[in-house]
Design a protein around this ligand. Structure first.
Ligand SMILES: [Zn+2]
Length: 436
């Protein structure tokens, strides 16, 4: 009896909706795990997030969620029961064979044996496998080959791995050679069928993984699976990715001229949302990719770093607390450029955090260099103080101000004023005024 109790399942209702759909009489209840995929339409400056349910019977559905649902509470891999009605026809986008559930309610199922980690611990070696996928009618682009992917992901000075390693203060990296054969785990896969203008990322992923297994690749070794697919495929996105990564996760990249998109999609795997701009500081993001000071904004040829609020999200500053200072009363602070990093001589404060009263957001204030061994920010932010605003978890970060000497961010409603008094190459003096 005790065993049964210890393995019991508690149901915690995180969302309950009744309303429009409650009058439908054909609803059913299904149990399974939640999957989250974000689609990046960089050129159109928009993204789309799709939610899926994989049932305990291994059936997969796309979820049509009511707009009022608090999806920021959703975690990929979360066990849920869903009440809804299954539409009788297949849907489009990610998989043409998927049926859609019009969701009425979602309940989180809490199994004590399967708690999802709140955040990742320090010193993580993420195991990454990369596939260059060609089809019978569409080959991977000519300039994309194993050697170039190796440079872009691992060995280049501006590689994704170097940038993640540096931005995480040497706590997270992607392992290059998990199978320990002396070579990067990057494989060319040929799928012997025509895809025409279809866009079925999950089907291609499953076929690629099966083909790789047939070639002797042990797919179970890898937590992150990155698929480089031909640019000419029939998908509008530049890249898509699972948001979050439990046992394993996938990311797909269609544009691989620039390694930036590898970093961006793997960033989604690491739980990051987009880095937008909100220059009038009204809480409404003008462009969700507009912040080019980190990988979760767009418009960069080489990836730069990971912005300060995203490092906060991952708790990376916890190991270097001497470079962070919380400011809650009026003061003048000297801010050393973030690109200097915590491990060089005599690091000074590189991040100011300013709590916003009656709000779970803070301001994050950083100073930036255009280049620095070997990462920097876009030139338009070089030698400027950046002010971000962010709450917690998987919410978007907002760049609210780019300040040069003499410039000020005035948040009148919260009586917070951030002014750059002066700057030199490596640092800036910032006056923070709180209250009247
Ligand atoms: Zn994205």
């Amino acid at each position: 009896m005790k065993k049964v109790l210890s393995a019991r399942i508690r149901q915690v209702s995180i969302v309950f909706l009744c309303g429009l759909f409650s009058s439908l009489s054909f609803s059913e209840v299904m149990t399974g795990t939640l999957d989250i995929v974000i689609e990046d339409y960089f050129l159109e400056e928009r993204s789309k997030t799709e939610y899926y349910l994989t049932t305990t019977e291994a059936r997969r559905f796309r979820l049509a969620l009511p707009k009022t649902l608090a999806t920021q509470e959703f975690i990929r891999g979360m066990a849920v029961t869903i009440e809804g009605t299954v539409r009788g026809h297949p849907s489009g986008k990610v998989s043409s064979s998927l049926q859609v559930i019009d969701v009425i309610s979602v309940h989180r199922v809490f199994s004590e044996s399967r708690q999802i980690k709140k955040h990742n611990s320090a010193n993580e070696n993420r195991k990454l496998v990369t596939f260059l996928v060609s089809f019978r009618d569409k080959a991977i682009d000519l300039f994309t080959n194993v050697d170039k992917a190796d440079v872009d992901l691992f060995t280049g000075v501006k590689s994704v791995n170097n940038l993640v390693w540096k931005s995480s203060f040497e706590q997270l990296k992607f392992e290059r050679d998990v199978d320990n054969d002396g070579m990067a785990d990057i494989f060319e896969i040929y799928l012997d069928y025509d895809i025409g203008d279809t866009c079925d990322a999950y089907q291609w992923a499953r076929d690629t993984e099966q083909a790789a297994a047939n070639l002797g690749v042990d797919i179970s070794l890898y937590q992150h699976r990155l698929f480089l697919v031909p640019e000419s495929i029939g998908c509008g996105w530049g890249g898509i990715a699972n948001v979050g990564c439990q046992n394993y996760c996938r990311a797909w990249v269609r544009w691989h001229k620039s390694p930036f998109i590898y970093a961006h999609e793997l960033g989604h795997n690491l739980d990051f949302q987009h880095a937008g701009v909100d220059f009038n500081n009204d809480g409404v993001i003008e462009n969700e990719y507009g912040d080019q000071s980190g990988i979760m904004g767009a418009g960069q040829w080489y990836p730069h770093e990971i912005n300060a609020p995203h490092r906060i999200q991952k708790h990376w500053y916890d190991t270097v607390p001497n470079i962070v200072k919380e400011v809650s009363s009026t003061s003048v602070e000297t801010l050393t450029a973030m690109q200097k990093g915590p491990f060089l001589d005599d690091p000074n404060v590189q991040l100011l955090t300013i709590p916003i009263p009656n709000n779970n957001e803070k301001y994050y204030v950083t100073y930036h260099l255009p280049y620095y061994s070997p990462f920097g920010v876009e030139r338009k932010y070089a030698h400027y103080v950046l002010v971000h605003r962010y709450s917690t978890g998987k919410t978007k970060t907002r760049l609210v101000a780019v300040l040069g000497p003499g410039e000020i961010l005035s948040d009148l409603s919260n009586q917070i004023y951030i002014e750059v008094l002066s700057n030199d190459f490596l640092s800036a003096d910032v006056q923070v005024t709180i209250g009247q």
